[in-house]
Design a protein around this ligand. Structure first.
Ligand SMILES: Nc1ncnc2c1ncn2[C@@H]1O[C@H](COP(=O)(O)OP(=O)(O)OP(=O)(O)O)[C@@H](O)[C@H]1O
Ligand SMILES: [Mg+2]
Length: 431
């Protein structure tokens, strides 16, 4: 995501008047455009089209309407610059189908005014990035280059829509539980690893932990795993992924039998994963596992939004201090804006001790979300993190371990609300 200057909503037209492309110093070129991906500008205003195409040194083609763009997308690979005339719900709704129909094209929305609502809408429909005026040309070219690098090479299977490699398992409908928070360092990864290990220990059914913190995930470190493959590898083979391939891509946590799909080792690989692809991967995992736990970063991007939308349950981790509670409130209002049903949201209060001066029941009431666990603060947690052995294994009698075991029990007994899926017909695939 580009950085936005929220204090500088210059009128887009005046931006046009003051920043003629040829006045701008020679920018870095888009090296990878040579690979075959072109830039396509869409806007009904010819001045805007000229301005945006002028920002692309290698040249870009331009069309007036989305329908014209779709004709082009059907026969090539494009980064589409959606001009301000596309910043409306009808146009964005139309773009929603693009990821499916044109997998070798991506879009960037250029808008004179960026609102939170527009940003959410754009990310939800699969727009890769949103750029607001005044446009930083170098930054725009960097963004285009980054997006081009993530576009998959043309393969016959990309457009074939062939047979479904997992269609033999109509009964398998695993429960997808994502662990999220709007505050970094609140205990998401500690929760995800302990819950996943507790579930894996207690069930014969396959349990998978996915590190959805694609840039800086630390699930593998927390479980002391040395993995050969990552989420990015699974995503790159989505079209042909079957059970055996998944089995090979995952790393088994020997002490619990948990199957782990860690984050890529290179943070830049994160850019290669789109929200749509993540949602597809989750559907594959759901049909091969009983529980899919996903550890998320504390940001709203399209991977996170798609993961949350694909989840049966979302555990919101919050610390018991005012900044944490404030952030949870913001997160909850964003999730409600995105129409995530409230019954899927479960609050986990981390470091919830009597020593903390906040009244837990008061906090729960003010947030209005059902609480599934209170995890106390305990030195066993950092010790376990440093050892690479979750508390439920390394300190099973601690109150922290008991809290995570109880949380796992809620899911196994199907007591936690939000279990919209069928629980029957599961069997073990991995291990
Ligand atoms: N209940 C707890 N008691 C003591 N320490 C804790 C507890 N929960 C988490 N911590 C400490 O907080 C640190 C951060 O936890 P964790 O990595 O799970 O947070 P996170 O929300 O995943 O962070 P990020 O947003 O960076 O992904 C851990 O290294 C751990 O030592
Ligand atoms: Mg984390």
């Amino acid at each position: 995501m580009s950085e936005y200057d929220f204090n500088n909503f210059d009128d887009f037209d005046s931006g046009l008047a003051t920043a003629e492309p040829d006045e701008i110093e020679a920018p870095e070129s888009i090296e990878s455009a040579a690979v075959g991906t072109e830039v396509l500008v869409v806007d009904t205003d010819s001045a805007v089209r000229d301005y945006l195409t002028g920002l692309i040194p290698q040249g870009a083609s331009a069309v007036e309407y989305l329908t014209d763009a779709e004709l082009r997308l059907a026969n090539g690979s494009f980064v589409v610059l959606l001009g301000p005339s596309c910043s409306n719900p009808e146009s964005l709704d139309r773009i929603e189908g693009w990821a499916q129909s044109y997998p070798r094209s991506e879009s960037i929305l250029v808008t004179p005014e960026l609102t939170t609502q527009l940003l959410h809408k754009a990310l939800r429909v699969g727009v890769k990035d949103v750029v607001s005026a005044p446009i930083d040309q170098d930054q725009l070219l960097d963004t285009i280059e980054r997006i081009i690098e993530g576009i998959p090479p043309e393969t016959p299977s990309t457009s074939s829509g062939g047979s479904d490699p997992l269609s033999g398992d109509p009964d398998m409908m695993g429960r997808v539980i994502s662990v999220f928070s709007t505050k970094g360092g609140s205990g998401k990864s500690v929760t995800a690893t302990n819950l996943a290990v507790a579930l894996a220990k207690r069930t014969d059914e396959p349990v998978v932990l996915v590190d959805g913190h694609l840039q800086f995930g630390d699930v593998a470190v927390m479980l002391k795993l040395f993995a050969d493959s990552s989420v990015a590898d699974a995503i790159s083979q989505l079209d042909v992924l079957d059970r055996e391939m998944l089995r090979d891509l995952m790393t088994e946590h020997a002490d619990s039998g948990l199957m782990v799909l860690p984050a890529p080792t290179e943070p830049t690989f994160a850019d290669q994963v789109s929200g749509e692809q993540m949602a597809q991967l989750i559907e594959v995992l759901r049909r091969t596992s009983a529980y899919v736990i996903i550890d998320l970063p504390a940001i709203f991007n399209d991977v996170v939004l798609n993961t949350i939308e694909s989840s049966d349950d979302i555990i919101l981790v919050a610390g018991l201090d005012i900044p944490n509670i404030k952030n949870v409130k913001i997160g909850l209002s964003t999730l409600s804006l995105l129409n995530v049903p409230k019954e899927r949201l479960h609050l986990l209060l981390n470091r919830a001790d009597s020593k903390v001066k906040l009244d837990v029941s008061e906090v729960e009431r003010s947030l209005g979300v059902d609480t599934v666990a209170h995890v106390p603060s305990d030195v066993v947690v950092p010790i376990s993190v440093n050892r690479g052995s979750p508390v439920v294994l390394s300190a099973p009698r601690s109150s922290v371990a008991r809290a995570f075991e109880q949380l796992a029990t809620r899911f196994i007994d199907n007591k936690a609300p939000g279990a919209a899926n069928q629980q029957q017909g599961r069997r073990k695939f991995f291990g």
